[in-house]
Design a protein around this ligand. Structure first.
Ligand code: SF4
Length: 473
């Protein structure tokens, strides 16, 4: 999927005006947040677990080449094959080649954000009958839309919209008026069951890749990944290189963090460990197992200021706690990774010049960092991206000159005090209340009123007066 051409502000405005989207977001609001909070209360050692998660990811990234070799050897020993893809195009090519060589006709897919990242769906759908098996992904596939959340891809859809989609695409299978959620789930299950049985190829992502056993770890709450990976004769897993962990011990720590942070569960309903293709004495499982490991800019991140972003385990907690994401949903971010993690990852993968609005879509309130299970300093990285945009002259010239002027003034305290004092006096003469339009503050007054200062002086003057009168505030 390409980054949308329309700029972030236009997409955000459209999202704010979309009544259906606002209704769906209001319904989802709080669900993930409350469940995560409860799950963490149940585990007093959660902060230690977060620190362990950070250490595991940093250690693995430090020795990534060693763990990559180890994973490949163990995958091969278990009967699997590794395909290394330097970029999105080679990842798509690797998957298409495997499908063609297997003479595939039907493909069943479990959710994979790495697949979304490399535009796998469009490439597959052009050649093969391809069906998503995760319920949320299935809904947005019918709607021909990208996901709007990394763990709840159809969170932007209301029940009414889903009913309409099913009525259109299921050819009256259940038909009729607005249906309850369990009825919609059963209807999708019936349709998908036939697709599972008819598929030649199953494609999944990977939550973790265990180096010392060559194991793929997958979590779902629907069990669809298990059917997608065990019924078809070929299984292809696609994942970023940062999904590696040294051993099962580290994988189990990460699984505990992931379930609690993503959905507020102690453990995800289906946690699957896949080691190799079907062996001679086994009754089920695929005849072939392929792992397509994607770099797509990750090696570059290993060596730059954004390396810690490679710790991300795609739990979605940062977006669930983000006031900007909560107001506009995921599509406004223009690419597959929304919210605070997307504000960093999209510029990394697509280029800062194509996504410079995303780091601005942040109030720097810090909640994302507080909830991140691997302690990624998201506000720090977002601020760093703003600096980079300034240095690389991506930030508009007027903004850059404004910031430069402010910095010049702020380094001269006496002049700063005199200028702000004068501005305060002039503005306070305009009256009380607020102004609707102000020169140089058009972006502010377009959306809200600008309060006029009172006659009590600037903050500094008021503070000094309080100090003198013995009040400590
Ligand atoms: S940045 Fe942290 S909180 Fe956000 S998805 Fe990644 S791991 Fe989860």
């Amino acid at each position: 999927m390409a980054v949308s051409e329309a700029d972030f502000r236009a997409r955000a405005r459209k999202a704010l005006d979309d009544d259906n989207l606002q209704a769906a977001l209001a319904q989802a609001k709080g669900g993930f947040v409350d469940k995560r909070a409860d799950a963490i209360l149940d585990l007093p050692a959660f902060e230690q677990l977060r620190e362990r998660g950070r250490q595991i990811k940093d250690h693995t990234l430090e020795y990534l080449d060693t763990y990559l070799d180890e994973f490949e050897q163990n995958l091969n020993s278990a009967g699997g094959q590794l395909h290394y893809a330097a970029d999105a195009e080679s990842a798509r090519e690797a998957v298409l080649r495997i499908c063609r060589e297997a003479h595939a006709r039907q493909i069943i897919k479990a959710k994979t954000m790495a697949g979304e990242e490399v535009g796998l769906n469009e490439a597959l759908e052009a050649e093969f009958e391809t069906v998503e098996s995760d319920l949320g992904e299935y809904i947005i596939q019918l709607a021909k839309e990208p996901p709007s959340h990394i763990i709840a891809p159809a969170v932007h859809k209301t029940r009414g919209e889903i009913t309409e989609l099913f009525d259109t695409h299921h050819h009256g299978r259940s038909g009729g008026p607005l249906r309850e959620t369990p009825d919609l789930v059963n209807e999708a299950r019936g349709v998908l069951r036939e697709k599972f049985l008819g598929a030649d190829i199953g494609i999944s992502g990977a939550n973790f890749l265990v180096a010392d056993t060559g194991t793929i770890t997958l979590v779902t709450n629907e069990g669809n990944a298990d059917l997608s990976t065990s019924l078809p004769r070929v299984h292809i897993a696609i994942a970023g290189v940062e999904k590696l962990v040294p051993s099962m011990q580290e994988a189990s720590s990460m699984l505990r963090l992931l379930a609690r942070s993503a959905t507020g569960q102690q453990i995800t309903a289906y946690t699957t460990f896949i080691t190799g293709a079907r062996r001679e004495d086994e009754l089920d499982g695929p005849e072939e197992l392929h792992v397509v490991l994607i770099d797509n800019g990750r090696s570059r991140m290993l060596g730059n200021d954004y390396r810690e972003m490679l710790r991300c385990i795609r739990c979605g907690a940062c977006m669930n706690h983000c006031p900007v994401y909560s107001a506009i949903g995921g599509h406004a971010y223009g690419w597959v990774y929304p919210g605070p993690m997307g504000a960093v990852l999209t510029p990394m993968f697509r280029g800062l010049d194509k996504s410079s609005d995303l780091p601005q879509a942040c109030t720097l309130n810090g909640r994302c960092q507080t909830v991140c299970p691997v302690k990624i300093r998201l506000p720090h990285l977002i601020r760093q991206l703003r600096d980079d945009a300034f240095e690389q002259q991506i930030t508009p010239a007027t903004t850059r000159w404004g910031i430069r002027g402010w910095a010049w003034l702020a380094r001269r305290p006496r002049l700063y005090t005199a200028v702000t004092g004068l501005a305060q006096r002039l503005m306070s003469r305009l009256g009380r209340g607020s102004v609707r339009r102000a020169p140089l503050a058009g972006a502010w007054t377009a959306g809200r009123d600008l309060p006029l200062p009172g006659r009590g002086g600037t903050f500094q003057q008021q503070w000094q007066a309080r100090q003198r009168s013995g009040q400590d505030g």
